[in-house]
Design a protein around this ligand. Sequence first.
Ligand code: ADP
Ligand code: MG
Length: 449
Amino acid sequence: MSNPETLLELRAIAQRYTSGQRVFTALEGIDLTVHAGEFVALLGPSGCGKSTLLRIITGLQRPTSGQVLYRGQPLRGVNPHATIVFQTFALFPWLSVAENVEIALRARGVPAGLRTPRALDLLDRVGLDGFENAYPRELSGGMRQKVGMARAMAVEPELLCLDEPFSALDVLSAETLRNDLIELWTGGHIPTQAILMVTHGIEEAVLMASRIVVMDKGPGRIVADIEVTLPYPRRRKSPAFTEIVDHVYGLLAGQTQPEDIEMGVAPGEPGPTRALPEIAIHDLTGLLEHVARLPTLRTDIYRLEDELSVGSDHLLRLIDAAELLGFATVVQGDIHLTPLGETYVDASILGRKEIFAARIRRLPIFKWLFAMLRATANHHLEWDVVKAALALEFPPDETERQLTTLVDWGRYAEVLAYDTGNSLLALEPNAEPNIPAAARDGGAPQSGL
Ligand code: ADP
Ligand code: MG
């Protein structure tokens, strides 16, 4: 695309909130430009100011300082070209589905005679054909959200802002609605020129957006901005897709040490094989949740022993695991959660498993184990066989512990199964989005990153 039209420009936006004596900086130094044709996903931990930013962009809120330009003009009051769809879209329960859309058309000054056909057309486009006369209470959560989308589109916004539009939905409705939105967007069936979507889902962002803006908090700011050039429709399991997901995880994870040192090499390769810290996942989660609750100025590691009632060995192993997985960084005796660590703490149980799975899949020791399992006929191996292979790398007493930890982590992430009855390790179907080692290591990068 050559020289696309600039719709939105944010310049040095800051937002401070005052409560009593304290001033809290929710956003600082935000520069962001959105062009026609872009689908921008805003990704970042809770509290990094994503909703605040959408309110500023739509003109529902004036920033403390900085400039909002729309099509080159400073924004005054509510932005007439932008509409926002919230997590749960409030429908009027006493109006039918069609009437709920018509009311938005009336507010826009569409003449009475044109409202009904226009509303029916919009409902048809979001796949609610046949439900025009139903009432909101008769609809599923997913269908209600579609009415919300239809209503937002009735306004024909140039810029459609979505604040976690799928997070209140069940898994299936969310996926259907995501695909519907992508289809509407890529099919050119809506007058919308750009979409700005807040999300917690890393895969969701890669599935839908042409650009991903990553934010962090303390204060809320932009830490990365990447393009996603994969063609639509995107396949979650394709190597190029997984590669970008992995890259975004890396952006959220920050870095304590260079990756090759931190992760070590696979068993059998020259160089040190990184031993996994022997920890239980719920202890790690406990540590992360605790650190997330600490006031930002107070993150000394030495205090954590008492606060969590753990011995220093155990604590150091937990911190080691948090760093290895990219959930935390340690600088001068202070521990800080990375945006990924924050995202993990905020996520649902399933969301946590998804994040955990994505992180362990990149560890050489897991790649090695998966490759071995994949190479067998039934995708399973005996405990003792794997143990014998690991014994070449680790001291005898360490080997058993490594294998136990591998299996624990793999089971939690639902990428590995272990049957204690016959002592067999097996690959879970979930271990795919898996890239055969050759495609990943040898193939040319396909992501355009
Ligand atoms: P996000 O959507 O990324 O979770 P928000 O934009 O909702 O973040 O909030 C960013 C930060 O600003 C949070 O710490 C929140 O508590 C604070 N905040 C948001 N709105 C207000 C407000 N009206 N008054 C005071 N603090 C607020
Ligand atoms: Mg929010």
